[in-house]
Design a binder for this molecule. Structure first.
Ligand code: NAD
Length: 492
C-alpha cells in the first residue's frame, strides 16, 4: 500500500481506544489494571488497549452470572418471554449491521462486504434460537395403565463461552443465542486478537432488556482469562471454538470438574472434483471456499483433489481465477481478500507459503501482493502437485493458501480425502448421484456439501469428527448441549 493510500484510508468514527470488561451490567477495567495492545491489521499499529482479564476478573464475572442464574428472572421466564428479548436483540443487530461490519472489518481485517454478511448472520442466529425455543417440545413416554414418564428440560447454570478471532461477532452469536435462549447465564471470553466487536453486545443486550448479570464479558489472554474460566468450579459447561491443540488442553483442564464440553476445532477440509463435475461451478465454489473470509475459515476447502483427466485444465483455470481475486483494504467494498488478523498469524501463513514452494508447484500468488509493503496482506496462493505427506496438505494454514492434488479413482480420492487428522467439512463435485452419496457416506467429515458452496441451514448439526471437534451444535443439538434433560417417572 502506498503512503498516500494509507493516509487517506478511512478509520471508523468514534473508534474506541479503550476496551473494557462488562460485568454485572457495568463496564469495568481489570482488578489489577492490566491491559494488552489491540492492533490494526492494516498497519500493525496499536489502536486500542483492552483490559487483560485474570482469575480475579473471571471470579467477579462468574459470581455475577451465578447470582443472575440463582436469583434472577432469566432462567425462570417462560420461553416466549425470553424469545421476545432474543428477537429484540436480532432486530438491534440488524439495525446496526453497518456499524458492526465497519468495526469488525477494521479490527479483524475481513473485507467489509463479508463482515456485513457475518453481522447479518449473527442477527439470524438469534432469531433462529428465539423461534426454536418457543417451538421446543419434550418427549413423554406412556406405559399404558402403569406409568407416565416425561422429560423436564432445565437450563444448566453459568455457561463459559470461549471464541476465536475469525468472524468473532458471528461466532459469539452462535454460542450466545442458544445459551441465552435456554435460560442460562453466560461469561464470554472473546479472542484477544479481536476484542472490539464483543463489547458491542453489552449495549445491544441492555437495550433489548436482558436482565443484569445474565451476560458478562471478560477480555484477556487464553492462558489467563480463558484458563480461569475453564477451571472455575461454578461454570458447569464450556463451549469452545478454536484450534485443536487448545481444545485438547481445555479438555484436560476441564476433566477434573467433569464439565459439559462442546469443541468446535480446526480443519483441513477436502474439495473433491470428479471429471464429470460442472467445472465452472466447481472452480467458482472452490475459489470462494478457500479465499473468502481471507482463508481464515474453519471449513475452508484448503485441499482440492482433482481427477487426473481434468487436472491440468482445472489447475490452469483455477490459478488464473485465483490471480484475479482482489486483495485490498478491508474497508473497500471491492476487496475480496483483506488483511490477515495479526502479524503473528501473517508470519505463520507466510511460513507455509515459503514451505509450499519446496513441497508443490507454485501456480498463483506466493507472497505479498504488489502495492502492500506493510500490513498483513498475502496474495491468494495456489500450489499444484502437492503430495499427501506434504505439510501444506496435512496442516491447517488458515489463510488464503490452497493445495491441489491429482487422483485417478474414486477409492484413491476417498483415501486422500480421509488422510489427515482433521474431519470438519468436505465438498464433492460430481454429476453422478450414486457416487456423490456414497462418497458422503464414507468421507470422514462432520459436514458434507455436494455440488454446493458452503451454505448453512441452521437446523442441521454443525461439528467435526477426528481432531476437528467433539459434540455438535446447531438446531436442537445446541438446545441439548445447554440444557439438562431430567427424566420424571410417575406411577399411575
Ligand atoms: P485458539 O485456539 O488460539 O484460541 C481460541 C480461543 O481460546 C481464544 O479466545 C483464546 O484466547 C482461547 N484460549 C487459548 N488458550 C486457552 C486456554 N489454555 N484455556 C482457555 N482458553 C484458551 O484459536 P484461534 O487461533 O483464535 O482460532 C483459529 C482456530 O479456530 C482454527 O483452528 C480454526 O479452524 C478454529 N475454528 C473452528 C471453528 C469450528 O466451528 N470448528 C470455527 C472457527 C474457527
Amino acid at each position: 500500500m502506498t503512503d498516500t493510500a494509507l493516509a487517506s484510508r478511512p478509520v471508523p468514527a468514534d473508534l474506541p481506544t479503550r476496551i473494557q470488561h462488562y460485568i454485572d451490567g457495568a463496564f469495568t477495567d481489570s482488578v489489577d489494571g492490566d491491559t494488552f495492545d489491540v492492533l490494526d491489521p492494516v498497519t500493525n499499529e496499536t489502536y486500542a488497549q483492552a483490559a487483560a482479564g485474570k482469575k480475579a476478573d473471571i471470579d467477579r464475572a462468574v459470581a455475577a452470572a451465578r447470582r443472575a442464574f440463582t436469583d434472577g428472572p432469566w432462567p425462570r421466564m417462560v420461553p416466549r418471554e425470553r424469545s421476545r428479548v432474543l428477537h429484540r436483540i436480532a432486530d438491534l443487530v440488524e439495525s446496526r449491521d453497518a456499524r458492526l461490519a465497519e468495526l469488525e472489518s477494521f479490527d479483524s481485517g475481513l473485507p467489509i462486504t463479508q463482515a456485513l454478511g457475518q453481522a447479518r448472520r449473527a442477527a439470524e442466529n438469534f432469531r433462529f434460537f428465539a423461534d426454536l425455543i418457543v417451538a421446543q417440545t419434550d418427549d413423554a413416554f406412556k406405559v399404558p395403565g402403569r406409568q407416565l414418564n416425561y422429560v423436564n428440560r432445565k437450563p444448566i447454570g453459568v455457561a463459559g463461552l470461549i471464541t476465536p478471532w475469525n468472524t468473532p461477532f458471528m461466532l459469539e452469536s452462535w454460542k450466545l443465542g442458544p445459551a441465552l435462549a435456554t435460560g442460562n447465564t453466560v461469561v464470554l471470553k472473546p479472542a484477544e486478537f479481536t476484542p472490539l466487536s464483543a463489547s458491542l453486545w453489552a449495549g445491544i443486550f441492555e437495550e433489548a432488556g436482558l436482565p443484569q448479570g445474565v451476560f458478562n464479558l471478560v477480555n484477556g489472554l487464553g492462558e489467563d482469562a480463558g484458563d480461569a474460566l475453564v477451571k472455575h468450579p461454578d461454570v458447569p459447561l464450556i463451549s469452545f471454538t478454536g484450534e485443536s491443540s487448545t481444545g485438547k488442553l481445555i479438555f484436560a483442564n476441564a476433566a477434573p470438574f467433569l464439565k459439559g464440553l462442546s469443541m468446535e476445532l480446526g480443519g483441513k477440509s477436502p474439495a473433491i472434483v470428479f471429471e464429470d463435475a460442472d467445472l465452472d461451478a466447481a472452480i467458482d465454489a472452490t475459489i470462494f471456499g478457500v479465499f473468502s473470509l481471507n482463508g481464515e475459515r474453519c471449513t475452508a476447502g484448503s485441499r482440492i483433489l482433482v481427477q487426473r483427466s481434468v487436472y491440468d485444465a482445472f489447475v490452469e483455470r483455477y490459478a488464473a481465477q485465483a490471480s484475479r481475486v482482489r486483495v485490498g483494504y478491508p474497508h473497500d467494498p471491492a476487496t475480496e481478500v483483506g488483511a490477515l488478523v495479526h502479524p503473528e498469524h501473517f508470519d505463520k501463513v507466510m511460513s507455509y507459503v515459503e514451505l509450499g514452494k519446496g513441497e508443490g508447484r507454485l501456480v498463483a500468488g506466493g507472497g505479498r501482493p504488489e502495492g502492500f509493503p506493510t500490513g498483513n496482506f498475502v496474495q491468494p496462493t495456489v500450489f499444484a502437485d502437492v503430495a499427501p505427506d506434504a505439510r501444506i496438505f496435512q496442516e491447517e494454514i488458515f489463510g488464503p493458501v490452497v493445495a491441489i492434488t491429482p487422483f485417478d479413482t474414486e477409492e484413491e480420492a476417498l483415501a486422500l480425502a480421509n488422510d489427515t487428522k482433521y474431519g470438519l467439512a468436505a465438498y464433492v463435485w460430481t454429476n453422478d448421484l450414486r457416487r456423490a452419496h456414497t462418497f458422503a457416506q464414507n468421507v470422514e467429515a462432520g459436514m458434507v456439501w455436494l455440488n454446493s458452496n458452503n451454505v448453512r441451514d441452521l437446523r442441521t448439526p454443525f461439528g467435526g469428527v477426528k481432531a476437528s471437534g467433539l459434540g455438535h451444535e446447531g438446531g436442537y443439538r445446541s438446545i441439548d448441549f445447554y440444557t439438562d434433560q431430567q427424566a420424571v417417572h410417575i406411577t399411575l
